[in-house]
Write a protein that binds this ligand. Structure first.
Ligand code: BEZ
Length: 209
């Protein structure tokens, strides 16, 4: 099933390394970084799981829970987590979904037959506390993800929700943001009393915290 930004993230009940979860219940009022990887005991995946674990404090600061998935079993995941901890110098605590029957991988369109018919590609779903899909990204099996980008985009989404702004290319915390064209100058004066730079009538930059 193709999933689109704005869709409700499909719910599921599944075994994980932290026991069975009901996805929506487990997510609660948090944002979720839900990501798949092809297989346990593989090199790129090992670095990605390690990086997610190393960034646990940064995800927590963004009220974001991490949830991994591969089409391996809980038993395999648990053995592999010991290796991830050992080789990546971390203490991985987030749950990893066991999906040997591809139930969730199919539900979330993580199986791309051009890559593999049995293992997931590197999908990313950022899900907000209303359970809406806010961002999707898909990487091939051979390319590890950029975790700075994952944190950056969660921060940008949260800032956008809070301030009704958009963010320019390569935005990072502290940079100026964009007043969307859907907000008239008259309304903008109320929302952004700090003012803005008008580069073009459709390109207005302001600062928010
Ligand atoms: C890896 O994690 O290194 C990997 C897994 C499957 C295919 C290619 C690379």
């Amino acid at each position: 099933m193709a999933l689109h930004i704005g869709d409700t993230a499909p719910n599921f009940k599944i075994d994980t390394t932290k026991g069975e979860i009901d996805f929506h219940e487990w997510a609660g009022n948090s944002w979720v970084f839900f990501f798949s990887h092809p297989a346990d005991f593989t090199p790129v995946c090992t670095t990605e799981m390690g990086r997610t674990s190393q960034l646990a404090d940064k995800f927590a600061a963004l009220n974001t829970k991490s949830l991994g998935l591969s089409t391996d079993t809980v038993e395999e995941h648990l053995k592999w987590v010991a290796d991830v901890n050992d080789t990546q110098n971390t203490d991985l605590q987030f749950p990893i979904v066991a999906d040997p029957d591809l139930k969730i991988a199919m539900l979330y369109d993580m199986i791309h037959p051009g890559e593999s018919s049995t293992a997931a590609v590197r999908s990313v779903f950022i899900i907000d506390p209303n359970k809406k899909l806010r961002l999707t990204m898909t990487y091939p099996m051979s390319i590890g993800r950029n975790f700075d980008e994952i944190l950056r985009v969660i921060e940008a989404l949260q800032l956008s929700d809070k301030n009704r702004i958009a963010t320019p290319a390569d935005w990072k915390r502290g940079d100026k943001v964009i007043i969307p064209p859907s907000i008239s100058n008259e309304e903008a004066e109320k929302i952004f009393p700090q003012g803005w730079d008008e580069i073009r009538p459709y390109l207005r930059l302001t600062e928010v915290k």
